[in-house]
Design a protein around this ligand. Structure first.
Ligand code: MRU
Length: 363
C-alpha cells in the first residue's frame, strides 16, 4: 500500500533470499521500525510477540519461516522440528498451520537441497501473492455491499464499524475487513469508519486508525463498549470484521469482543459481515465454540497499557498491582449472528450450504 508516498508492505523477502523483513507492529503508530528475521527462533518470537499479526500475515510469515528453517537447520530432524514449532506459534489463526503445511509439502516433492530451497521460496512467494489477490477481490465484492447502502442513503456517508485490525497490516495488502472500505473509497463512495480500539493491545486504535489515516479515510476511534450505543442511535449502517478461523458451518473466531458486536448488530437489525480469504476457512471443523482453540495470552497485556509519553513510547500499569487478570484473545461468533461472508469468490450466506456454494470443491 502507498504510505506517505512510498510503497509499504508488512512483510517482504530481502534480495538475499533468506532474510525476512517485517514491520514491527508493536511500535506502530508512533514509530515505523523494520526488523530482520534470519533464524527460526526470530520468526517464532515475531509471531508470538505480535511483531507480525493477523491471520493471513502470520500465514505468510510461517511460509517464509519454512524457507528460513531450510537455510538454517543442520539436518532433516531439526528442519522438521522447526516447521512444527513455527506452525504451533499461535493456535487460533488457521492460516499459520495451513501455510506451513503447504510450503512443507512443496519442499517434500523436491530432491536436492538447492531444489528444496527453490521450492520453498516459490511456494511462499505464491502464498504471499495469492493472499494479496484474494484480498483485492474481497474488496471488490464487499464494495458492492457498501455501494448498495450508499445508494439506499442517497449518497449520505455510510458508517461502517470494524473491530481489531483486519487491514493490510494483517494481510500483506488491502486487508480483509478493510478491503471493501479501501475499494469503496477508491470509487468515491462517501464513508466513515468507527474503529473499535480493541483492548487489550489496541489493534484498532493503533493500527486500523493509522492505516485509515494514511489512506485519507474518515474514521473515529471509539471504546470497545461504544458500539452498541452507536448502533441503537442509528449511527452504524454496517459492521465488517475479519476472522482468524471460520468453520465450514460458518462459526467465526475473531478478536475478543467480536461476539458482543454481533449480538448488538442483531438486536439493532444491522448487517454484520465477516470478510475472509479461503485460507481462513477451517474445512475440518464444524462446531466453532467446541472445536476452535482459543489463545490465552499474558495477563500483563491486560494489566498494562502502552502509548506515547512526553518523549517516548511508555507502558503503564492500570489495575492494582495485585489484581489478577485474564486474557482470552479471541471469541467465537456463531454463524446464526453473521449476515454473510465476503470472500474472494463473492458474498455468501453464513451457513455450510452458502459457503459450499462458493467452494464446491470442499463438499
Ligand atoms: O491477535 P491478532 O492481532 O493477530 O488478531 C487479529 C484479528 O483478530 C483479525 O481480526 C484477524 O486476524 C483477521 S486479519 C485479516
Amino acid at each position: 500500500m502507498i504510505v506517505d508516498g512510498k510503497q509499504l508492505r508488512p512483510i517482504w523477502l530481502d534480495a538475499d533470499g533468506r532474510t525476512v523483513k517485517v514491520i514491527d507492529q508493536r511500535r506502530l503508530p508512533h514509530e515505523l521500525v523494520i526488523l530482520d528475521l534470519t533464524t527460526v527462533d526470530q520468526v517464532i518470537e515475531a509471531i508470538v510477540e505480535m511483531v507480525v499479526r493477523g491471520a493471513p500475515l502470520i500465514g505468510v510469515t510461517g511460509a517464509y519461516g519454512v524457507l528460513i528453517a531450510l537455510h538454517t537447520a543442520a539436518n532433516e530432524a531439526t528442519y522438521v522440528k522447526y516447521c512444527q514449532r513455527i506452525a504451533a506459534a499461535r493456535p487460533t489463526a488457521v492460516n499459520l498451520a495451513w501455510a506451513v503445511a503447504r510450503v512443507s509439502a512443496a519442499v517434500q516433492s523436491a530432491v536436492s537441497p538447492l531444489e528444496r530451497m527453490a521450492a520453498a521460496w516459490r511456494e511462499a512467494a505464491t502464498i504471499d501473492a495469492e493472499e494479496v489477490a484474494r484480498c483485492r477481490r474481497i474488496g471488490e465484492h464487499g464494495a458492492r455491499l457498501i455501494a448498495a447502502v450508499s445508494r439506499a442513503k442517497n449518497g449520505a456517508p455510510v458508517n461502517i464499524l470494524t473491530h481489531c485490525n483486519a487491514g493490510w497490516l494483517a494481510c500483506v495488502e488491502w486487508g480483509t475487513a478493510t478491503a471493501p472500505i479501501y475499494v469503496a473509497h477508491e470509487q468515491g463512495i462517501d464513508l466513515h469508519v468507527w474503529v473499535d480500539e480493541t483492548r487489550p493491545l489496541n489493534q484498532g486504535a493503533r493500527l486500523t486508525a493509522w492505516e485509515l489515516g494514511k489512506a485519507g479515510i474518515r474514521h473515529t476511534v471509539v471504546t470497545d463498549n461504544a458500539g452498541g450505543h452507536l448502533m441503537q442511535h442509528g449511527r452504524v449502517d454496517l459492521v465488517i470484521v475479519g476472522t482468524d478461523r471460520t468453520t465450514r458451518t460458518g462459526d467465526v473466531a475473531n478478536k475478543i469482543g467480536t461476539y458482543l458486536k454481533a449480538l448488538a448488530a442483531r438486536d439493532n437489525h444491522i448487517p454484520f459481515y465477516v470478510a475472509l480469504p479461503s485460507s481462513t476457512f477451517d474445512w475440518e471443523r464444524r462446531d466453532g465454540l467446541r472445536e476452535i482453540p482459543i489463545e490465552e495470552r499474558s495477563a500483563d497485556e491486560v494489566r498494562f497499557v502502552q502509548g506515547l509519553g512526553p518523549n517516548q513510547t511508555e507502558r503503564v500499569l492500570v489495575p492494582p498491582a495485585g489484581s489478577p487478570a485474564a486474557n482470552p484473545a479471541f471469541d467465537v461468533t456463531p454463524a446464526r449472528l453473521v449476515t454473510g461472508f465476503i470472500t474472494e469468490r463473492g458474498v455468501c450466506a453464513a451457513s455450510e450450504e452458502g459457503i459450499l456454494r462458493l467452494f464446491p470443491e470442499k463438499k
